[in-house]
Design a protein. Sequence first.
Length: 256
Amino acid sequence: MPIRIFMIINPGIDMTEEINYQNDEMPKESNRPLPTNSYPIEDQEFTMEREKPKISWQLILNIILLIGLVVIYFLFFTEKGKNQSTTMAQTMVKANKGSIAVAFVNNDSLLVNYDLVKKLKKELQAKGDRLTAEVTNKQKAFDKDAAYFQDQVQKKAISDQSAQEIYSNLTQNQQKIYDLRDRYASELQKDEQDMNVALLDSVMNFLKRYNSKYKFDYILGFNKGGNILYANDTLDITNDVLKELNREYHETHPAK
């Protein structure tokens, strides 16, 4: 719970006031004799009324509150620093003892040898070939119609009005082919993204089950040109992961 400390300051109190005495008594007059060159004092009685020093209770209260604030500040940040130091010390001890278990998987090898990836890539390639062939056939048919139109125009075998109508139809057909090509390209791109998501989800879910046995702290993904510039081969678990991945895949997708 946050601690709020309010300091009460009375603007009418002189904060520079000094408290010179702790008791109500004034210092006793010194019995030392006056120097000889002092002014002569005749027999006269002098009375002086001693004024008691004023004690500012508001000032004392403010000082106490200020000291309390400093103490709380010191305790809070000292404890916070201790906690941070303790956490870092525990991490360093664990690291120095080699108790942080790290392994890595070669992503490039997964993309080549994981049977699920092979299947998805094969399906995506087949779809891409089919769509490309469809667009190619439409473009060939258009090129044939366009060539025949040019031949008829050169031979003046058709009227100008018919030529304009045919040209307009050819232009619309060409635009339709362009639109179809772009639509198929976007569709294939989306399919590829969905494939990557499915692959990542499959691998991540598998590694959770896999790591329940081996208890690694980190399983890193290594690929050529990635963020990990070097990895000790003794930490490579790619082959074992691939073996288990393919085994689970074929158990859930038996060959027909």
